[in-house]
Design a binder for this molecule. Structure first.
Ligand SMILES: Cc1cc2nc3c(=O)[nH]c(=O)nc-3n(C[C@H](O)[C@H](O)[C@H](O)COP(=O)(O)OP(=O)(O)OC[C@H]3O[C@@H](n4cnc5c(N)ncnc54)[C@H](O)[C@@H]3O)c2cc1C
Length: 444
């Protein structure tokens, strides 16, 4: 219900502006070109304003949808809004000609276009990268300058500058100057959007400082994976459900204080832990954290949890590599709260040495007699067990072997994009309803 309400509100919100403009100046809009320009401009303005609400991750939107869907929607709506703004700008150029007002609007548009393009090429796993011209553009930019994720995030913040310029543009238009109601609609959007932005960037971190965590253990799991256990100094983070993630900002000697998303690998019954694979600038320093280094934790977020699906009686986890982390939390939780549950964990790894949390898993297996863990090894032909990449045939064989009842089972997938895409495809081909296929992408 909340979802439908939000979608209706979101998609119909530009009508406040469209109708206000129409009723204050309907003669002007008898020209279809001017009408189209006004509608496109209103859509673009309203949806760009709402982008700042989405990216502030408010709970009232995150809880019903989940963070990954919100970020994907944020990306799609950025493109849609910019296309609307481009149509608006082209028509205005034709019909009204160039003026200081259109120049200011174009300046905002150029900044939005450049930042969005850079974001889609280098920051997110965007669909445009499937097309050769965009692949080429990405390569060309990277040959010129390889931006770190942190630099890209810093550049992304300039959208707020573009948004302020956009507001100067709309407030200077004759429609706004001659009509107090139109001006107040623009001011309302400006105040709401900037409030969400400022809350997200400044107020929230200040609040999190009060409830910081301290590092209590830094455990080496294998060559490049670490588990960090933390305890709160004051109040505990709102209790997570197993499978959720949070944003962590570590203040250690070697770490730049910047938030990174990690799944919580501990059960809600235990101290908060994350399990991290060394992949880039920040994660390569994770093992150098010291006991009592402090951590800000924002969350929990996400909907990837068997707890959200009480109608499912059995569970199949399909994971690849470090994608095991949310599953660690879920199986630990099951071992305490539902130890008789039938569970199959198909765990793809390069070599068996990549396995993490061996002691914990051994302990859980001892407690859950209906839990079967099958490692699938892709880069060691001498391994005595399942070898290769997880595919439809393997999932079918293993689920049949363990006598999983497809009609009451939830399927949870987490790992590299290629594994997730192939396994979702395989499950759909096995006629498993998409409602029972759940996944978490380690990319926002
Ligand atoms: C929901 C979610 C859960 C995750 N859970 C885990 C986990 O349990 N264990 C684990 O090892 N990894 C997890 N990750 C991935 C982890 O966030 C990245 O590996 C880490 O942030 C990389 O940072 P880096 O500076 O070391 O690497 P970089 O080389 O700077 O980044 C590598 C990639 O990681 C992503 N990334 C980097 N920084 C950020 C950031 N601040 N915010 C968002 N994405 C970023 C980007 O896609 C980037 O291209 C998760 C990611 C998400 C989105």
């Amino acid at each position: 219900m909340k979802k439908i309400f939000f979608m209706i509100f979101y998609f119909f919100s530009p009508f406040i502006l469209i109708l206000s403009l129409w009723f204050t100046n309907s003669n002007q809009y008898s020209n279809p070109l001017i009408l189209t320009s006004m509608i496109m401009g209103s859509l673009a303005y309203t949806w760009i304003s709402l982008q700042f609400v989405l990216s502030a991750r408010p709970k009232f939107i995150e809880v019903p949808f989940g963070m990954d869907k919100i970020y994907r929607f944020h990306g799609i709506m950025a493109v849609v809004s910019i296309l609307g703004a481009i149509v608006h700008a082209i028509i205005n150029e034709e019909v009204i000609g160039e003026s200081i007002i259109t120049t200011i609007g174009s300046a905002a548009l150029v900044i939005f276009v450049l930042i969005s393009l850079l974001t889609m090429l280098s920051m997110t796993p965007s669909f445009i990268l499937r097309y050769p011209p965009f692949k080429w553009l990405k390569k060309t930019i990277e040959a010129w300058k390889k931006f770190t994720y942190e630099q890209l995030r810093f550049i992304h913040n300039f959208t707020v500058v573009a948004y302020v310029i956009l507001n100067i543009h709309v407030l200077l238009t004759p429609n706004a100057r001659n009509n107090a109601f139109i001006t107040s609609v623009y001011i309302f959007y400006l105040v709401v959007s900037l409030s969400f932005y400022l809350y997200h960037k400044f107020l929230k971190p200040a609040y999190l400082q009060k409830n910081k965590y301290l590092v209590k253990d830094v455990i080496k799991e294998n060559d490049d994976v670490w588990t960090i256990r933390m305890q709160p100094t004051n109040k505990k983070l709102k209790t997570h459900i197993p499978g959720q993630f949070a944003f962590f900002s570590f203040k250690g000697e070697k770490q730049r204080f910047l938030e990174h998303p990690f799944s919580i690998s501990s059960s809600p019954d235990d101290d908060l832990s994350i399990t991290v694979k060394e992949l880039g600038d920040f994660t390569k320093t994770i093992g150098q954290l010291k006991v009592d280094d402090f951590v800000l934790v924002e969350g929990p977020f996400g909907v990837f949890s068997y707890v959200n699906h009480p109608q499912e009686q059995e569970t199949v986890f399909i994971v690849g590599g470090i994608g095991i982390t949310p599953v660690m939390s879920m199986v630990k939780h099951m071992s305490i709260h539902d130890p008789n549950r039938k569970v199959l964990l198909i765990w793809g790894m390069n070599t068996i040495a990549d396995q993490v949390a061996k002691d914990m898993m051994t302990e859980i297996v001892a407690r859950m007699k209906n839990l079967t863990i099958i490692p699938v090894i892709s880069k060691d032909s001498t391994f005595d067990g399942e070898k290769g990449y997880i595919n439809q045939e393997m999932i079918k064989k293993l689920t049949e072997k363990v006598q999983i009842d497809q009609s009451v089972t939830g399927y949870y997938i987490c790992g590299p994009s290629i594994l997730m895409d192939n396994c979702i495809d395989a499950l759909l081909k096995m006629e498993i309803s998409h409602k029972r296929i759940h996944f978490e992408k380690f990319a926002l």
